[in-house]
Write a protein that binds this ligand. Structure first.
Ligand code: ZN
Ligand code: ZN
Ligand code: ZN
Length: 345
């Protein structure tokens, strides 16, 4: 019997796209805050992540919590897979969903966090990554942040999430195959080569050339990729080739904190009017507990997507994107990278 209260959460296999879909009917019960584009003052609601609420209580700088409205469940087993009829394939929704609180300050955001606070956050991500990696059935640990009502964030208190999957999600699988194929053909890493080319093009700037670089420091480069899907999509790429956050040095942690804050500050400055920019931060680490990880082909990077494409203009996925999977991007990366580069923060 299907009813709202019983747990019908599961994975189902799409035989056409050849990918798992997560069915999480219970998630419809989760709360939603924030009615308009502007940040609302705290007094209009009781926030569960603030220090006066049970989940946010205690003394902490950053804090990890289980997601109360998790769509994945670590007590299940992915291996019990059923095939019914000619195409119906389902599996229990094994996985893990966590929330990471960035600050006790309800009105803070990534762009206003103290440097040491971001260092603590990166170390918390590392700690969680290492712990989840020990769960041998987990194949992908996805660290991310949804920010802003426009992209469905239901809580305005600064926080991010960690989704852990028992399989390699399709976008990561595609990236991994690209690393592998490039390596086979050129005996090199595609992202290491992209870094070199972006630097070369930057050196041509004074001769009237273009650059897609937004900013950089000793250890990381931030660009709007040549192949960006969104007008202001930004990728932060490590200058050294390593697979995941747990292989990063202390100096690189400092640099990563600096450049992540800078990108968010630039986004907020671009948005203007003192409002926060809606975005998705997607950290692309290598898969874990698989041959894909042991091959050392994956190159760590972070992707930011925002629906923002100009003042009062948001990009929505519509017919062409949803019906064919082909993205229409409203601006050339070179032009928007220049805008981002020249924004002062
Ligand atoms: Zn709060
Ligand atoms: Zn590389
Ligand atoms: Zn990526």
């Amino acid at each position: 019997m299907l009813d709202e209260k019983s747990d019908k959460s599961q994975y189902r296999w799409d035989p056409f796209q050849k990918e798992w879909i997560i069915y999480a009917p219970k998630r419809n019960l989760r709360p939603f805050q924030g009615k308009n584009f502007k940040k609302e003052p705290k007094k209009t609601w009781t926030c569960p992540f603030c220090p006066d609420a049970p989940e946010g209580s205690g003394k902490w700088v950053v804090k990890q919590l289980p997601n109360r409205f998790a769509s994945l469940d670590e007590t299940k087993h992915f291996s019990i897979e059923k095939i019914m009829g000619s195409f119906k394939k389902t599996a229990p929704n094994y996985g893990k969903c966590e929330v990471i609180l960035y600050s006790q300050d309800h009105d803070a955001s990534f762009g206003t966090l103290e440097h040491q606070n971001i260092i603590a956050l990166i170390k918390m991500w590392q700690e969680r990554f290492a712990a989840i990696k020990n769960m041998k059935d987990m194949k992908y640990i996805f660290i991310m942040e949804n920010r802003g009502k426009e992209i469905g964030n239901s809580m305005t208190h600064p926080h991010g999430q960690i989704f852990s999957f028992p399989f390699i999600p399709p976008k990561i699988e595609k990236e991994y195959l690209a690393f592998k194929q490039y390596n086979k053909e050129k005996n090199s890493c595609i992202l290491c080569d992209i870094l070199k080319e972006e630097q070369n093009e930057k050196n041509e700037l004074k001769n009237g050339g273009n650059s897609r670089i937004v900013c950089e420091n000793d250890d990381f480069l931030a660009i709007i990729p040549y192949y960006a899907h969104w007008a202001f999509e930004i990728h932060i790429i490590s200058k050294r080739h390593f697979r995941s956050l747990i292989e990063i040095t202390e100096t690189e942690i400092e640099s990563l904190a600096q450049i992540m804050k800078k990108i968010v500050q630039k986004y907020d400055a671009l948005h203007g009017d003192g409002n926060i920019m809606p975005y998705v931060m997607a950290m692309h680490n290598s898969p874990v507990n698989t041959k894909e990880n042991s091959e050392n082909l994956f190159h760590f990077h972070i992707e930011y997507y925002t629906p923002f494409r100009g003042k009062e203009k948001l990009k929505f996925l519509a017919g062409v994107e949803l019906g064919t999977g082909t993205m229409i991007c409203d601006a050339l990366p070179e032009l928007n990278a220049k805008i981002m580069r020249e924004l002062s923060t």
